[in-house]
Write a protein that binds this ligand. Structure first.
Ligand code: ADP
Ligand code: MG
Length: 717
């Protein structure tokens, strides 16, 4: 049997083995595993002295600073709890600008001098860590010789235990700063943005007559798409291993044209893997809720119940990690890249977002009473204003090389940011603009002289899958995130731009209230003005269509097609002013991020180009030459004539790529110039090489072809 066939057969032979988890009787208390590995509020209540517990809860619920003298008590309780669960080590778990999580493990045990060791964990060790930080990207904030970076305990995200077959690790979510107090991570700005939004929203709520709420939390519920493929194919593809995506591969005869995968029944092996993944996540307190097949073959989705942005964002990082780890136990590999397979739907992440008070009110819930409606219209108008004002920044917050394959490619929202509200809600805003909202028409949705909204369909058919930013009943769904992305930056941006808009609208409302027109009239005026100024960003049609791209240009909406186009918006004057005003990121911190992301873009493309050239030269070219020998030995001139020019083309394209990607080309460039060069020169050269190689894939004997094919990777499981 030819080599690849044998692998296909092996890949398809998976069966649940002795290590299967088995179903359990979930009515037994001992089998309830939710948050069993989390140092949760419930555990804290049980284990902490009462006054310590209360102080800690205040910090968590109201964002009040924690009295550090309480840390010792927390540390002891945390250590005992962790050691009971087999933890020998702890780590400050943080999120550097690499986009993934980082950990450095320290043992609880220290020798005491008499030949024995005791387990110790002090408040100081809980509160602050000092990893050797010189190798994390900082964008020039900290010179390499000044390697000091600090991790600081984030008490608002609970500590948890990561299990390994041979031990356990206590993970303490932390923020990561330079010694000068600048944010070197994704968590600090997110926390600051949540604070900013809370401050402005509370101010607005007071004007709206709410004197109860003390804090407003932003919430996030991400829907994560991913691929699972047999690990055998993965390890045979150096491109997947090194870059996360296939750099070669001819289109398979069957793609997702038949739509027979979407929401289809989940194959046993995949479901087994999902069940274990979910079990692991549940133990970590990640409230996973739904799972289903996605559009592309071998593509799936997992979604949790929403949480506050900080915890939700930490949980999302954990979700990606656990998904990847668990897949391996089923001889699968979980691909999180935005575009693992060209020509096949890529993977994104839907970022469901809202704002809620500590008194339990969702500010984007239209509600049933006129007062709730007014409040909703105010906050909804603020979101529309924010997105319109900062569309480019929002686009920049989701930019990455992987995303450049998706955004605007008729499978994902376009690079143009617009909002879908649904016809009913759009009509309400239009009516307000035209002054019809005061009409008293019984039975109509604006009856009784107050803007009572029509019941907006929470799960209606009025959905728009093509919109990058859609209102979905009681939240907005930012649909343009990439599948491998941390939630932190997009949510930091979202929170901050909405904080600003709320602030601006609240100020106007305050002014209008002076005229003593009454809250309702004043508010309608504010909403009306804001809608009029910002409604250009609202679009209910097909975002994939060419007409929309034209119309969007006419409306003056930005269309930032590539990452190098988008990233400069992180350091635009307007952005800097915004972030400084709300103390979310300083100009220096913004420049650092801009530099890091721009460099990451260039480096990633460089790695792809080197990998492509190496595969082409050392795997594809030799295979093609063997095929040439084969047809020569058959003595068929026609076949030789067919193959030979393609091989020559391959060689030419290959050398072109090697030349284009030489480091010397970039010696004197700034990161931005380097990134632009990679986009404009290296990527097209790489694509040309791929084109030729994919043609060869159809000409070379199957048993000579060195790489697993799309038809195998995507369909055999
Ligand atoms: P749909 O996509 O059909 O609207 P759901 O209503 O179940 O599906 O929500 C999808 C995602 O939105 C889930 O992850 C859910 O947790 C999240 N979500 C629901 N309400 C909120 C909210 N108030 N804030 C943030 N996310 C939310
Ligand atoms: Mg959705």
């Amino acid at each position: 049997m030819p080599r690849t066939r044998q692998h296909n057969v092996t890949a398809a032979q998976w069966s649940a083995n002795g290590a299967a988890l088995q179903p359990q009787d979930l009515t037994q208390p001992g089998n309830q595993i939710f948050a069993s590995n989390v140092f949760s509020a419930a555990v804290q209540r049980q284990r902490l002295p009462k006054h310590v517990f209360k102080a800690l809860q205040k910090t968590i619920e109201r964002g009040e600073p924690l009295d550090t003298s309480l840390a010792d008590a927390v540390a002891v309780a945390m250590k005992d709890w962790a050691m009971e669960r087999g933890a020998t080590h702890y780590t400050h778990w943080f999120q550097p600008l690499t986009g993934s999580t980082a950990e450095k493990h320290d043992s609880f045990y220290a020798p005491v001098g008499d030949g024995t060791a005791i387990a110790e964990f002090s408040g100081r060790e809980l509160i602050q860590g000092e990893p050797d930080a010189s190798s994390f990207p900082t964008g020039g904030i900290r010179a390499t010789f000044e390697a000091r970076g600090y991790t600081a305990w984030d008490p608002t995200s609970p500590a948890f235990i990561l299990e390994n077959p041979n031990g356990a690790l206590l993970c303490i979510p932390t923020a990561f700063t330079s010694w000068t107090g600048e944010a070197l991570d994704h968590k600090i700005p997110l926390l600051r943005s949540m604070d900013a939004l809370s401050r402005t929203a509370i101010k607005a709520l007071r004007l709206l007559g709410d004197d109860q709420a003390r804090r407003v939390f932003t919430t996030v519920g991400p829907e994560q798409e991913y691929f699972l493929i047999d690990e055998q194919y993965y390890f045979e593809r150096p491109d997947l291993v090194t870059t996360g995506r296939t750099l070669f591969g001819a289109k398979p005869p069957k793609g997702h044209e038949l739509d027979d995968h979407y929401f289809g029944s989940i194959p046993e092996r995949i479901l087994a893997c999902m069940l274990e993944t979910e079990r692991e996540l549940v133990k970590l307190g990640v409230p996973v809720k739904t799972r289903h097949n996605e559009v592309a073959p071998n593509q799936y989705e997992i979604a949790p119940i929403f949480e506050n942005s900080n915890v939700g964002s930490d949980h999302q990082q954990l979700t990606m990690q656990i998904m990847q780890n668990t897949a391996r136990r089923y001889k699968l590999v979980c691909l999180l890249h935005e575009k693992p397979f060209a020509g096949v739907n890529g993977s994104g992440k839907h970022n469901n977002w809202s704002m809620g008070t500590d008194t339990g009110v969702n500010l984007l819930e239209p509600g049933e009473t006129p007062h709730e409606n007014l409040q909703f219209l105010f906050f909804c108008a603020a979101v529309i204003q924010a997105v319109n004002t900062h569309q480019q920044l929002l686009r920049a917050s989701i930019a990455s090389p992987g995303q450049d394959h998706r955004l605007g490619a008729n499978e994902a929202p376009p690079a143009i940011i617009s909002i879908f509200l649904g016809t009913e809600l759009e009509a309400v805003f239009d009516a307000i603009e035209q002054g019809r909202a005061q009409e008293s028409k019984p039975g109509s949705f604006l009856g009784l002289g107050t803007p009572v909204l029509p019941p907006l369909p929470l799960h209606g058919g009025d959905r728009n899958r093509t919109s990058p930013f859609a209102f979905t009943g009681n939240k907005f769904e930012f649909r343009a995130l990439g599948s491998s992305m941390s939630l932190a930056l997009p949510n930091t941006v979202l929170n901050t731009i909405v904080a600003e808009a709320i602030d601006e609208l609240a100020e106007k409302l305050e002014g209008a209230l002076q005229g003593s027109d009454g809250l309702e009239k004043a508010l309608m005026q504010v909403v009306k003005d804001s809608w009029r100024a910002n409604k250009r960003v609202v679009f209910g049609g097909d975002n994939y269509s060419a007409e929309w791209h034209e119309q969007a240009a006419e409306r003056g909406l930005a269309n930032l097609r590539s990452t190098p186009d988008a990233l400069p918006w992180l350091v635009e004057k307007r952005t800097v002013a915004l972030f400084e005003k709300y103390q979310v990121l300083s100009e220096r911190e913004l420049h650092a991020r801009h530099e890091v992301f721009t460099e990451q873009y260039a480096v990633k493309i460089n790695i792809e180009a080197e990998t492509a050239a190496s595969i082409a030269r050392t795997q594809i070219l030799p295979a093609a030459l063997r095929q040439l020998q084969l047809v020569r030995s058959a003595g068929t001139e026609q076949l030789v004539a067919e193959l030979e020019p393609v091989i020559e083309e391959l060689h030419a394209a290959l050398t072109a790529l090697e030349d284009a990607n030489l480091a010397e080309n970039q010696q004197d460039s700034t990161p931005a110039q380097w990134a632009a060069y990679m986009r404009d020169v290296v990527i097209p050269t790489m694509e040309k090489l791929r084109g030729v190689a994919d043609r060869l894939e159809r000409l070379v004997a199957d048993d000579l072809w060195p790489l697993p094919k799309y038809s195998e990777m995507l369909f055999i499981k």
